[in-house]
Design a protein around this ligand. Structure first.
Ligand SMILES: C[S@@+](CC[C@H](N)C(=O)[O-])C[C@H]1O[C@@H](n2cnc3c(N)ncnc32)[C@H](O)[C@@H]1O
Length: 296
């Protein structure tokens, strides 16, 4: 079932063609059910800009357990109201270690204090990049500081990308860490395993999963330590076909994925957004698929 939603029509006031199917969604999306905590990490492929378009897919169903098998920067977890229980997972060990430190009430205070006085420079960045701390706290500190100052938050072979004015400055970092901690501290399980363990894990609760794997066709090879090959995409499709949990899956809009998920509900999504990097602000169109196994 393929439905086309030009979702920027809903949110932009500029006159554009309207689609009758959107009337339903428009009503739904106004019933705001958001928490609006900002992710504490910058992350390639973050759903931060797309979160308001994904909102109707969680705001109109009932569930008491939330799962995210591909956590990354966790834009949707931080944006949505907190569920009774959450399982947040990523295969990237350093990423999950950083989340665990932010979740810990004692270590997060130390982290806030250590990062607030940092004065990032290119030389500082290079030294940090080549450091090899071993304990979990020092690894998280290194991860967080590189993430905040690397180009586009890319942690795989990171390059310096901090701007002395346009980037979020170190004195603002502690607030980001504290609000992330407040959301992570209770009833959140952080795991570092393969996505299949999270999807197949049974529960007596009603589960909703937000599933955001690496893209199929768009090149993200440089972005993550662990990317996907065709077998991973096929395995994910099989697991989702067989799961009893509700899921909302996002992908790049390409014919292979539409074909693979022809058994599910597919929504085509387009939206306008701006990216600002160093000196240039660019207007871009996001094009994604949202795929579900439940009706809105
Ligand atoms: C598109 S990103 C998720 C972005 C996230 N939704 C956000 O808003 O920031 C995909 C994530 O999948 C993770 N990943 C890649 N292969 C994986 C696997 N086999 N199991 C679990 N996670 C995996 C990557 O480490 C990466 O963090």
């Amino acid at each position: 079932m393929n439905q086309q939603l030009r979702l920027f029509d809903i949110y932009d006031d500029s006159p554009k063609s309207t689609n009758i199917k959107l009337d339903t969604l428009r009503g739904i999306s106004r019933a705001k059910r958001v928490d609006n905590v900002r992710p504490f990490l910058r992350y390639p492929g973050s759903k931060y800009n797309a979160a308001k378009f994904i909102e109707p897919f969680w705001a109109n169903i009932e569930f008491d357990e939330y799962r995210e098998p591909f956590l990354g920067g966790g834009a949707i977890f931080f944006k949505m109201p907190k569920s009774n229980y959450s399982i947040l997972n990523d295969i990237d060990e350093e990423l999950i270690n950083c989340y665990r430190v932010v979740q810990d009430p004692v270590m997060v205070q130390r982290l806030k204090s250590d990062v607030s006085s940092v004065m990032p420079t290119r030389e500082w960045f290079e030294t940090l990049k080549h450091s090899k701390p071993v304990d979990e706290y020092a690894r998280a500190l290194r991860y967080f500081m590189i993430n905040r100052t690397a180009y586009s938050g890319i942690m795989n072979l990171p390059n310096w990308g901090f701007h002395p004015i346009k980037s979020v400055q170190p004195d603002k970092w502690p607030d980001r860490l504290q609000s992330a901690h407040d959301k992570l501290v209770d009833n959140v399980e952080l795991t570092n395993t393969h996505f299949r363990d999270i999807i197949t894990h049974k529960s007596s609760r009603r589960v909703w999963m937000f599933v955001d794997p690496p893209y199929y066709a768009a090149d993200q090879k440089r972005a993550y330590k662990m990317s996907f090959n065709v077998e991973d995409h096929l395995e994910l499709n099989e697991l989702l076909k067989n799961t009893k949990h509700m899921f909302c899956l996002t992908y790049d809009n390409c014919p292979q994925i539409k074909e693979l998920y022809s058994w599910a509900n597919i929504y085509e999504l387009e939206w306008m957004y701006h990216t600002a990097n160093s000196n240039v602000t660019t207007r871009k169109i996001g094009k994604e698929l949202i795929i579900t196994n439940y009706d809105l």
